[in-house]
Design a protein around this ligand. Structure first.
Ligand SMILES: Nc1ncnc2c1ncn2[C@@H]1O[C@H](COP(=O)(O)OP(=O)(O)OP(=O)(O)O)[C@@H](O)[C@H]1O
Ligand SMILES: [Mg+2]
Length: 157
């Protein structure tokens, strides 16, 4: 399954995150790829905010690699930013292999851990609409690809 959405401003991206939050379940993996500032954290925040009622601050896990949120007892959202990950072993030490099964993972910069990301992950590519621009006030093109049957009911924006 594949969906492409063009001309998304920040509000539209947050709205997409709200829709994607309904697919937050243990074992579901959102893999977010795109350049610096493309909106990965913005999208992750929208997913987390809508999946976790009353959650407070949602800091970017830039330095501590992972930030976790309780959805309900026994099940968490793990928000990971692996830009500063040095090795796949470091991800293992975080307990990522177990988390991919027991929790819902939202992973920014998944490149280094590609080999342990499940095939059924929800792959989301974020691109600047204007390829000549890296400006932070811009529209985005979002491409979602997945074989996870949970997304069969997804009807877009
Ligand atoms: N349409 C848009 N979608 C998402 N963010 C937007 C949009 N337009 C402007 N922005 C701005 O772009 C920035 C996106 O930053 P964000 O931290 O979400 O990117 P990121 O992909 O997580 O970056 P990094 O690679 O550093 O983790 C924010 O400052 C946000 O306000
Ligand atoms: Mg980020």
């Amino acid at each position: 399954m594949k969906w492409t959405f063009a001309s998304l401003d920040e509000e539209a991206l947050a709205n997409l995150g709200r829709k994607l939050s309904t697919y937050v379940k243990a074992g579901v993996v959102f893999s977010l790829s795109g350049k610096l500032g493309s909106g990965k954290t913005t999208l992750a925040r929208a997913i987390i905010r809508n999946a976790c009622n009353g959650v407070g601050d949602i800091p970017s896990p830039t330095f501590n690699l992972v930030q976790s949120y309780e959805v309900f007892t026994g099940f968490e959202i793990w928000h990971l930013d692996l830009y500063r990950l040095n090795s796949i072993e470091e991800a293992m030490m975080l307990g990522l292999e177990e988390a991919l099964i027991e929790h819902c993972c939202i992973i920014e910069w998944p490149g280094l851990i590609k080999q342990i990301i499940p095939h059924h992950s929800i792959h989301i590519q974020l691109d600047f609409q204007d390829i000549n621009s890296s400006s932070l006030s811009d529209q985005r093109i979002i491409t979602i690809k997945t074989s996870d049957p949970i997304m069969a009911s997804f009807d877009g924006l």
